[in-house]
Design a protein around this ligand. Structure first.
Ligand SMILES: [Mn+2]
Length: 325
């Protein structure tokens, strides 16, 4: 049995697409949303089975990987996230490169000697490696218009993997894959299928809804946005956070999404120019994260005002100020 396992974003899907165009054998695909990292947990395999893994952190899948290898399955692994300890095992073939200018689609492309490079370019655009993708596409002789087409395809496939559950998204990544893999060239896909345009229209529509939101609170240094409990806001919230941060790098942002049971899911970003203080703030309300970006899974409605006061008066860039003081 052959099993292909990948992240459901553009980089993951474009990795497997290249591999299966190169080796068009029957295989079962296991994939998920962007947030679903530990996908090897879902895989059962035995002696003689062949497992292909693309764009999933080996560190986060370590135990399941060892289980599959010990069961006698052979595993071919392409990824660009920090792997932790790579198991030394005769059945494991690992292609791991954590360089900042590569991604899983590009690692598969390197292995295949550029056989389906246009798909690698789509995956790289999806992973926001625009400079690398652009360079490869220019080397291929693609026009500016075709490069733009591949870029929006990559961004649209990528965007489709964002949501809390498969109910939030337009098309399950498994189904997206079935359409992609029918075309050796993504430009052919764009000629013959509406998928690219549909995914792109959905993304643009979400962005328009997000851009129409007015700040709920703001000071010179910080902005708060409230988003409704809706599928579009679950899809767009990460993209919106990135857009706000790059538009105003000196400002802190809090995005609060209404939760189904009342209360809020909170995401806090410290200013890019002073990336500290987010995790300290969120921990005071039961959340966690990193210095520059942190979150609260469940902020009760009665804590909203207290949180807003704390957020709007935070001194950004300072980490762990006098605990308990
Ligand atoms: Mn990736």
């Amino acid at each position: 049995m052959r099993i292909d396992v990948c992240n459901g974003d553009a980089d993951g899907l474009c990795s497997v697409v290249q591999w299966r165009l190169h080796a068009p054998q029957e295989a079962r695909l296991v994939t998920g949303l962007k947030r679903d990292i530990e996908l090897l947990d879902r895989v059962q395999a035995q002696r003689g089975d062949e497992v292909l893994v693309c764009d999933l952190s080996m560190r986060r899948n370590h135990q399941a990987l060892v289980r599959l290898l010990d069961a006698g399955a052979s595993v071919r692994y392409f990824d660009h996230h920090a792997p932790g300890d790579i198991p030394v095992h005769p059945l494991l073939e690992a292609h791991i490169d954590t360089a900042g200018d590569t991604c899983s689609s590009l690692l598969v492309d390197r292995y295949l000697g550029g056989q389906f490079r246009a798909w690698a370019v789509v995956g790289a655009y999806g992973d926001n490696l625009n400079d690398v993708a652009e360079r490869l596409a220019v080397d291929m002789g693609l026009s500016a218009q075709d490069r733009m087409r591949l870029r929006s395809l990559g961004e649209a496939i990528n965007y489709n993997a964002y949501g809390d559950s498969v109910q939030d998204i337009y098309m399950a990544p498994e189904q997206v894959y079935e359409v992609l893999v029918r075309f050796a060239d993504p430009l052919e896909l764009l000629e013959h299928e509406k998928l690219g345009q549909e995914l792109n229209a959905l993304r643009q529509g979400d962005l328009r809804l997000a851009q129409a939101l007015a700040p709920y609170r703001q000071t010179q240094d910080a902005q708060v946005y409230l988003l409704p409990d809706a599928a579009w806001s679950r899809r767009v919230i990460g993209t919106l956070g990135n857009a706000l941060a790059s538009a105003a790098p000196a400002r802190a942002h809090a995005l609060l999404r209404a939760a189904p049971g009342g209360g809020f899911v909170v995401s806090v970003r410290a200013p890019q120019s002073a990336p500290g203080g987010a995790v300290d703030l969120c921990r005071r309300f039961g959340g966690d994260g990193r210095a520059g970006s942190a979150g609260i899974d469940q902020l009760p409605p009665h804590d909203l005002e207290r949180f807003l006061d704390a957020f709007l008066t935070t001194r950004w860039g300072e980490t762990s100020p006098a605990r308990g003081a």
